[in-house]
Ligand binder design. Sequence first.
Ligand code: NI
Length: 257
Amino acid sequence: MFIDTHAHIFDEAYNDYKVSDILNNAYKNNVYKIVCIGYDKKSNNQVLELSKEYKNIYATIGIHPSEVKNCSEKDLDEFIEFAYQVKDKIVAIGECGLDFYWDKDNISMQELFFRRQIELAIELNLPIVVHSRESIQKTYDILSCYKGRVRGVMHCYSGSYEMGLRFIELGFMLGIGGVVTFKNAKNIIEVVEKVSIEQLVLETDCPYLTPAPHRGTRNEPAFIPLIAQKIAEIKHISVEEVSRMTSQNAIKLYNIE
Ligand code: NI
């Protein structure tokens, strides 16, 4: 059994693909649980609806760093209030974090939104789903202010092995997605090779980052075994071992049954 720990199956990329069909295809490929990740007001409501309707779908809510430019501090306050209302229906806060690839002119607002969501997760005793792009050191510096209280997952981890160890020390797991199957994935292959399987979880980040050999098409949870297969090859262990361990890790990370 596999778990997709990071999916956006509410995306408009799936307008011609019913959720029940996405799930059936996932089940056919042994992917039995899917964590649906919200990133703005609309998607936060969508993931809650999905988790209400389907028992194998779990929801997380957050404000993505690339959404910060569309938000005011009042929106942030409202989000936090909303999170308190639905806290029993979510398994994490996020995705949240820092993205200096798309937005470099609102760094202090991104940092404010990130810190408030970390503090929210701590107050609600939930893990956080962290997005970090071209911001790994700053992301680490902020998270380390909350050492011992914060925990969660570095979604689609793309940093160095050394940095990965530091995040693990802080209480984070590393999310491994389709990038590991790409030809130019040297960095992440070293991470997968050296980091203990006990610290890794599988994710698609669908509809994005489709693993080989489907690269260029729409991603979906059913492709998780391709990522597991690649990890098994890199670590010289069986796919069954990858499945068993990463599912165990995901269950522990999100505290799902
Ligand atoms: Ni994502």
